[in-house]
Design a protein around this ligand. Structure first.
Ligand SMILES: C[C@@H](NC(=O)[C@@H](C)NC(=O)CCCC[C@H](NC(=O)C[NH3+])C(=O)[O-])C(=O)O
Length: 351
């Protein structure tokens, strides 16, 4: 069956729209049956003017949640835990409610508050306060438990980084090793993701990389270079480093069944709507976007100080797109970047 060719002019228009909204640079890489197409605009480093580079590494933010979900679902397949196990059975005494299950974590239906809302209420001061801090998982969970729950377990969707901090705790408890080892052994090595790593709490991005430029809350204030940080406030919820090529490899390999059994992949891609229109849904550590042409793409978005990421693939894994802009705290730039999906997968330019 023929697939629509990507509208690369539309992709470039979306990247340029992100620049027009204040991103220093942006890039996108499309992988399809007829090969790879990459586009870069602007700079990867505002101070030197070094051009954006499709090979460069960057912080993928919550796309890390899909890496963590894959590891945990592999452990489910290996019989180490069950999706409907109460978290407290595996991590005794962690949560104040025995009804919260592993599935609730992966679907953002646990009700655990997202501590980052308070942490980053004031964007730059909040970032400066944590950029060099190292948190334990327990400290992050404690921050969440200091706030009221957002829902009874399982009742409704409420996105929360806390859920994937607890996923990281489960991975470390069940494997007896840091999550970095699980990412390496179960995903990075098998898929040969040479540009992907988990270096928490190291603040550096080694090798060719994109520098992050954070928008302050005050309109017109200069961008803040946010490249070096521990990302310890996110860890298994957001601290992976990767490249456009590796993200396309990861998402398409996931959709092709290279990481999970067909049954588990079906469970992972079984979604419930997260918006009124139903065009946006969430499965197990995975977003599903329904595009204007009817194509449904699976993947994740990412927001970490100075970096916006989209990483999506078609359900058959034959087409994938990753896109990055090196700014954040600026919704219009994120929305513009997101229009690369329509252009790439529907073959239509931005509306
Ligand atoms: C939403 C996104 N989630 C993630 O990627 C996780 C890791 N990031 C966040 O929760 C945002 C933290 C604040 C960012 C900061 N914002 C502020 O500080 C706002 N005051 C910024 O924009 O850089 C996702 O799932 O796609």
């Amino acid at each position: 069956d023929t697939v629509p060719a990507p509208d690369m002019d539309g992709v470039v228009a979306a990247l340029n729209a992100a620049l027009a909204e204040g991103a220093p640079g942006a890039m996108a890489r499309y992988t399809g049956p007829d090969g790879v197409r990459s586009r870069t605009v602007g700079v990867r480093d505002l101070s030197t003017g070094a051009p954006m580079d499709i090979r460069a590494r960057f912080r993928i933010g919550s796309v890390s949640k899909t890496f963590s979900a894959v590891v945990l679902l592999q452990l489910v397949e290996e019989g180490r835990l069950r999706l409907d196990d109460p978290v407290n059975r595996l991590l005794p005494g962690l949560l104040p409610d025995d009804r919260v299950t592993v599935r609730h974590l992966l679907t953002h239906r646990s009700g655990l508050a997202d501590y980052t809302n308070a942490m980053f209420e004031h964007t730059v001061p909040g970032f400066e306060a944590v950029r060099n801090r190292v948190f334990s998982y327990q400290e992050l969970v404690d921050l969440s438990l200091a706030e009221p729950r957002t829902t009874e377990p399982g009742v409704s969707y409420a996105y929360s980084n806390t859920n994937f901090v607890v996923v990281g705790m489960l991975i470390e408890k069940l494997t007896g090793r840091p999550v970095a080892d699980a990412y390496e052994r179960r995903i990075i090595k098998p898929l040969k993701l040479r540009g992907t790593s988990y270096v928490h709490p190291d603040t550096r991005i080694k090798g060719l990389h994109v520098r992050g430029h954070l928008h302050p809350d005050e309109a017109g204030a200069p961008l803040v270079d946010s490249t070096e940080q521990t990302v310890s406030w996110a860890q298994s919820a957001g601290a992976v480093l990767s490249t456009p090529a590796d993200l396309n490899t990861f998402m398409s390999a996931l959709m092709r069944g290279r990481l999970l059994s067909p049954a588990m992949l079906d469970a992972m891609t079984t979604v419930t709507p997260t918006d009124a229109t139903g065009t946006r849904s969430y499965g197990l550590g995975l977003r599903r976007y329904e595009l204007s042409c009817g194509e449904r793409v699976f993947g994740h978005t990412g927001t970490v100080q100075g970096y916006y990421t989209y990483a999506f693939a078609t359900r058959d894994g034959r087409r994938s797109l990753s896109a990055l802009a090196n700014t954040s705290n600026h919704g219009a730039a994120n929305t513009a970047l997101g229009r690369t999906l329509e252009a790439a997968f529907c073959g239509t330019g931005p509306a």
